[in-house]
Design a protein around this ligand. Structure first.
Ligand code: AHR
Length: 657
């Protein structure tokens, strides 16, 4: 059943295209007594992809880049340090490695330590460290020749100050883990890690790590707390991971394979990040995936922030924007088996093969995974025939898992129109749609789902972001103009909650010195994080989530005005939640009527974002465009309220039946 009660003429009014009836004033009527579709708790979620240094260098707080010397250039990120009087060599080596899965290590031969001989790591666009925090240095070390050596570990800022140090010694001719604590004496966003040998001899080093002691929820091998908290604050209903195009790879050989991302860090097989060389205008030759943030950590994060996990698996297709390499249909079995094993890893008992691996990693309780994505942004008959094979096997064994399928990269192109009828015929559960468009498209698309069939597959608006310039342009901005248009679009998603069950902005995060793609929902440097205007607009929707949609009627909107509205009711409290986007440059005084409401508490709450269209948040001014909360006085079954120009408003009204 459709919940939207706009007549077609009124829909036009919403877009400001109808003659003025301003004399009567704008009237917004919410039918409190006629609850409609149930809103899925997964309506608003997040989509994490390791793009823009989102994982290594971002959410995953390892400070050492290329800690395992497994980049194709094993010494990338490392430089020789040779101070006055020092003599020696450093080189990558691979004889008798610390671990066969991690064959390269660093060999440091010191002839004369002088005033310092060793190596420095540049971090991910340098290293951010804080005074008062503790960092664990760890390394696998073996001494293969010479007099007993010591290793000085130092944190040195870009202006040459030593802000942390420790010393290791007692090395033997066997690989062994050594650790030390570093407590910086100053906070700096730009430090490097120096390892300086003392004495004469030869040291082998591998898995060199500098990791903050404090992680999100204190998880071992955990996440950067400030970035993770930004995600948690959205109260996301789900998290889609790990991509995105990185699931697919340029070729199948560098696709994402979840089984290589769990277990001991040295066994996680590093590969090139697909965004390394994707854009000539934003090359990132040092972008690899260490998988320190792997599938176990993703599931753990979902559990920690209350988000339903939605892992996406490669379906036997490399990125169709790149090689488009295909696994022949009769060779898909290992890919489908990966999916079966993943479900067992997430949900299986300790007695199952993959459930036991989860338990061994420290998680006894199942993760309760209910969603699984088959492929990322695939298209064409090759996708449909692969999806069909996955679905047949997965549905037979795990009918309770809802599968997410792809309708391609655009919201209305040939690929999209090819996919939908076929997925509908296959009785797909949830179809993922992607849209990167200009703000005008988002306003127009606020009615996109009003005419979708009410039966059949549900919609996941899996990747959306308004582009102030054009897709993949480095000129795109996270400005209020884009965020406002997205908010208008979200009213349309929520109004159609019987069709749309999930949505997420893309991409999620970016390092200010390491990005390939913009816009992004959050930005960070080595110490700070900022939510964009888009983030806060999205947050207004995700953190004020009702249980059921309420019908709305809008009348009397002045010419040139455009309001986008959705109303809902939170069953647990009885509150009516009204979300209104005023897209125009003039405020709209409105008479709000809560039809069929019993008592309305006079004091409600309002959360309002309003700004100039080109306004943005920055690391130095992180909440320039952010909601302001206030008491909403004078609420009643019928009351006056003004929606400011260029604003998103959420009104929460306490209503009894
Ligand atoms: O969000 C960036 C990319 O856009 C994703 O990796 C891909 O799915 C889409 O093309």
């Amino acid at each position: 059943m459709k919940c939207l009660e706009f007549t077609s003429a009124l829909t036009l009014v919403v877009f400001g295209a109808m003659a003025s009836v301003a004399a009567e004033g704008t009237r917004l009527t919410v039918s409190v007594d006629r609850p409609g579709a149930t809103i899925s708790p997964t309506m608003y979620g997040i989509f994490f992809e390791d793009i823009n240094f989102g994982a290594d260098g971002g959410l995953y707080p390892e400070l050492v880049k290329n800690r395992s010397f497994e980049f194709p250039d094993p010494l990338m990120g490392w430089t020789k340090v040779q101070r006055s009087g020092a003599q020696g060599t450093l080189a990558a080596a691979d004889q008798e490695p610390f671990h066969a899965a991690n064959p390269h290590y660093l060999r440091l031969q010191v002839a004369d330590a002088g005033e310092g001989f060793g190596v420095a790591n540049e971090g991910f666009r340098e290293m951010g460290v804080r005074q008062g925090a503790t960092y664990t240095f760890s390394a696998q070390v073996r001494q293969v020749a010479g007099e007993p050596l010591s290793l000085r570990v130092e944190l040195i800022t870009s202006d040459g100050r030593t802000v942390g140090q420790a010393k290791l010694n007692g090395f033997t001719n066997k690989w062994q883990a050594y650790t030390a604590k570093l407590c910086p004496t100053a906070t700096t966003p730009k430090a490097r890690l120096y390892l300086l040998a003392e004495g004469r001899g030869t040291l082998d080093l591998d898995m060199i790590s500098l990791f903050p002691e404090q992680t999100f929820k204190n998880r071992p091998n955990g996440l950067r707390p400030d970035v993770a908290q930004m995600l948690a604050d959205l109260k996301p209903g789900f998290m889609r991971f790990p991509g995105g195009c990185i699931v697919e790879g340029h070729t199948l050989s560098n696709r994402y394979q979840w089984k290589t991302t769990i277990g001991p860090l040295e066994e996680r097989r590093l590969i090139m990040n697909r965004w390394n060389d994707e854009f000539k205008h934003r090359p990132a030759p040092d972008y690899y995936q260490s998988f320190g943030l792997g599938f176990f950590e993703f599931f753990q994060l979902c559990a920690d922030i209350g988000a339903e996990p939605l892992p996406i698996l490669n379906c036997g297709m490399a990125c169709q924007f790149n090689s488009g390499e295909l696994v022949p249909l009769d060779q898909l079995e290992p890919y489908i088996q990966d999916a079966l094993d993943l479900i067992e890893f997430a949900n299986g008992p300790a007695t199952s093969t993959w459930g036991a691996k989860r338990v061994a990693l420290g998680r006894v309780e199942p993760f309760g995974m209910k969603l699984l994505g088959v492929g990322n942004e695939q298209w064409g008959p090759q996708y449909i025939e692969r999806y069909e094979r996955f679905a047949k096997v997965l549905k037979a064994k795990y009918p309770e898992i809802r599968l997410v399928s792809s309708s391609g990269p655009g919201p209305a192109d040939d690929k999209f129109h090819f996919a939908w009828p076929r997925l509908r015929a296959l009785n797909a559960d949830i179809v993922d749609e992607h849209c990167y468009h200009n703000p005008g498209w988002f306003y127009a698309a606020a009615t996109r789902y009003d005419n979708y069939p009410r039966t059949g597959p549900k919609v996941f608006m899996g990747e959306y972001a308004a582009q102030s310039d054009k897709v993949v342009s480095p000129e795109n901005r996270n400005n209020w103009e884009c965020a406002l248009a997205e908010a208008a679009f979200l009213t349309g998603l929520e109004r159609n909650a019987d069709v749309v069950v999930m949505s997420s902005y893309a991409p999620l995060g970016a390092h200010v010195d390491g990005w390939q793609w913009r816009p992004n929902l959050i930005w960070f440097d080595n110490l700070r994080v900022v939510g964009t205007a888009n983030y806060y607009a999205h947050k207004l929707f995700s953190t004020h989530l009702g249980s059921v949609v309420l019908p709305v009627q809008l009348a009397g909107l002045p010419a040139g005005s455009s309001l986008y509205v959705v109303a809902s009711r939170l069953t647990s409290t009885g509150e009516v939640i009204l979300k209104v986007v005023n897209a125009a440059a003039q405020a709209v005084p409105t008479q709000i009527q809560l039809q069929g409401a019993g008592r309305v508490e006079p004091a409600g709450r309002s959360f309002v974002m309003a700004a100039a269209l080109q306004d943005e948040n920055t690391l130095d001014n992180p909440t320039k465009v952010a909601p302001r909360e206030a008491v909403l006085a004078g609420a009643a079954a019928r009351f006056q309220h003004t929606f400011p120009a260029h604003s998103v408003s959420v009104l929460r009204l306490k209503v009894s039946n």
